[in-house]
Design a protein around this ligand. Sequence first.
Ligand SMILES: O=C(O)CCC(=O)C(=O)O
Length: 196
Amino acid sequence: MEENWKLLGKLGILVIPNFLPPALCHRIISSSYAADGYAATVGDESRVDTQIRSTRVVPIQEGVRSELFQTFDDLQPQLANFFGCELVGREAPQLLRYLEGDFFRIHQDRHAESKGEIAKRLVTTVTFVNDPMDGTYPYAGGDLRLYGLFDNPALADAGLPVKAAQGLLIAFRPDTLHEVTPVSRGQRYTLTTWYH
Ligand SMILES: O=C(O)CCC(=O)C(=O)O
C-alpha cells in the first residue's frame, strides 16, 4: 500500500483503495460531464460563499445511482466497526466537480454548534472519482489536506495531503479540519457522503 495511505491509517483515517471500480468511476463522470449542477454551499445555513468554497454539485445520473448508493449502503457496517459507533443511515452522496481555480478552504463538516441534520453526522467519506494521472480526466492541484491529525502541537497547522487515486475512499470524523487546495488544471471529481 502507498506509504501516504499507511500513515493516514496510523492516524485514525480509514483508507479503502479501489472502493469504486474504474469502470464505475468512468461512468459516473461521463454520464454527468455535461450537467451543469449548482454551486455548493457552506455552513449549517447552506449559503453559497465563493470565498470559502468554489465548486459545483453535479447530479448523479439514473444509470449509476442505484449501484453507487448500494455500494455506499454496504460500507456502513465497516465504518461503524472502524469508528466504534452505531450508524443508522447516510445522506445522499454528492458528486463534486472542481474546475480550474476551484477550491474549498479549511472547514469542518460538523462542529460543536452544528444543528439539525448536520449535527447527526458521525463519519465523513470522500471518494476520488478521478485522479491526477487519470487517462481520460487528468487534473493538477486540488489536494485534499487533513489537519490536526498529529498529537504534536508544533504540527497543528500541518495539513497532511491525501495521495489521490481513482476509486480511493477515505473516511474520517466530521469535525476533522480539512481543505481542498485550488485545482490548477483539468477537472477534479469527488463523491462525499456523511453517515449518521
Ligand atoms: O472534494 C473533496 O475532496 C472534499 C470535499 C469536502 O471537503 C466536503 O464536501 O466537505
